[in-house]
Design a protein around this ligand. Structure first.
Ligand SMILES: NC(=[NH2+])NCCC[C@H](N)C(=O)O
Ligand SMILES: O=C(O)CCC(=O)C(=O)O
Ligand SMILES: [Fe+2]
Length: 355
């Protein structure tokens, strides 16, 4: 939300080797934590190597995603996200959110979360509060899909906790200050498949049109793997820079929950996806807090004598409010009138892109 003039000079994203996160040497951990923390404060977007996720598993996950998306629409629609009670499953091309800048939007997705049974106590408690993001995943019957994606989910979730732990360390918070609120989080894995639209009105030659519109991520942080170009990050000067593609790295960005929790020290940075390749696959994993976790600026991070810079909110309420913007089926289900849903973390987007 604040303007950091020093960011305007940055043209590339930091690349940080995090292999030491798997060590328990305090010196090593401190070094990495401070590199991650600096990047998270200054730009809110960075890239990591040495992340410990098996490249063969990443490859298998892409193959499982590609096999799912290659099916006929009627088969995919058996897992339609809008047919499930807990916002999991297939997101068809037609399920378009409210983004005026998506001039050439064309993507489908498969959304998953922690696979908890309906009778899990946290799920039961969440449902009593009206949660729509808790419960089991609808697993397609494709051979290997469940096993591979569940394994990928577990690896990336572990990395998410390690990176969050490092940011705690950087912020000089006692260990567990954030991660103890991530035991049954409303985290999500999205398998994304973008296709550059062709045909009348689709402007097939215009490679720089926007496919996924500018937004911030709603959670604490995002661990994104992609193999195709198109992702762009908004700099502090409100210009866009390209995120380079390297299958050996994860792209990490801070989201709304962590911006508020850190009282604005870490920054939830706007980004978008252009139509640069005919087809594009990516897999963001959104690291969230538990559904009922109250996010409010941690007192230790609010300067003496100053008021906290954010209003408190629960993780589940913020996420679900934004999902209502992104998913027409939820608007229909909840009888939410059409019209823009305001995200207080997107003021720069509202000023620059959707004024
Ligand atoms: N869980 C998230 N952080 N999602 C980001 C939203 C991205 C995208 N605009 C959408 O409509 O799906
Ligand atoms: O596909 C990408 O590279 C980014 C996706 C993204 O920003 C999102 O799903 O929130
Ligand atoms: Fe995003």
């Amino acid at each position: 939300m604040t303007f950091h003039p020093r960011l305007a000079r940055g043209r590339t994203l930091p690349l940080i080797d995090v292999s030491g996160l798997y060590s328990d040497d305090p010196e090593t951990l401190r070094g990495i934590a401070d590199q991650l923390g600096r990047a998270a404060r200054e730009i809110g977007f960075f890239r990591i190597t040495g992340h410990g996720i098996d490249p063969a598993l990443i490859e298998e996950a892409y193959q499982a995603a590609a096999a799912f998306f290659a099916q006929r629409e009627t088969l995919k629609m058996r897992h339609y996200i809008g047919a499930n009670r807990n916002h999991r499953g297939y997101v068809p091309f037609s399920e378009k959110g409210d983004y005026a800048d998506e001039v050439n939007r064309n993507y489908e997705a498969f959304d998953l979360g922690p696979d908890l049974p309906w009778d899990d106590p946290e799920v039961v408690a969440g449902l009593a509060r009206g949660a729509i993001t808790l419960g089991p995943n609808p697993w397609p019957a494709l051979p290997g899909f469940h096993a591979t994606i569940a394994r990928y989910f577990a690896s990336v979730a572990r990395l998410g906790l390690l990176v969050t732990g490092a940011l705690e360390r950087h912020l000089r918070l006692p260990p567990g200050t954030l991660t103890r609120h991530m035991t049954k989080p409303v985290s999500q894995l999205r398998l994304l498949h973008y296709v550059r639209a062709t045909g009348p009105g689709a402007d097939p030659g215009a490679q720089k049109t926007v496919n996924m519109g500018a937004h911030t991520d709603y959670e604490c942080l995002t661990l994104l793997h992609t193999r195709n170009p198109g992702l762009q990050v908004m700099t502090a000067a409100d210009t866009w820079i390209d995120v380079p593609v390297d299958p050996a790295v994860y792209v990490v960005n801070i989201g709304d929950m962590l911006e508020a929790w850190s009282n604005g020290i870490l920054r939830s940075t706007p980004h978008r996806v252009l139509n640069l390749s005919p087809e594009r696959f990516s897999m963001p994993y959104f690291v969230a807090a538990n559904h009922g976790t109250l996010i409010r600026p941690l007192p230790a991070l609010v300067p003496e004598g100053e008021a906290p810079r954010y209003e408190p909110f629960t993780a589940g309420a913020h996420l679900e409010r934004m999902l209502v913007r992104d998913f027409p089926y939820l608007r229909r289900r909840r009888n939410t009138p059409a019209g823009p849903v305001h995200n207080p973390f997107e003021t720069r987007i509202e000023r620059e892109i959707r004024p």
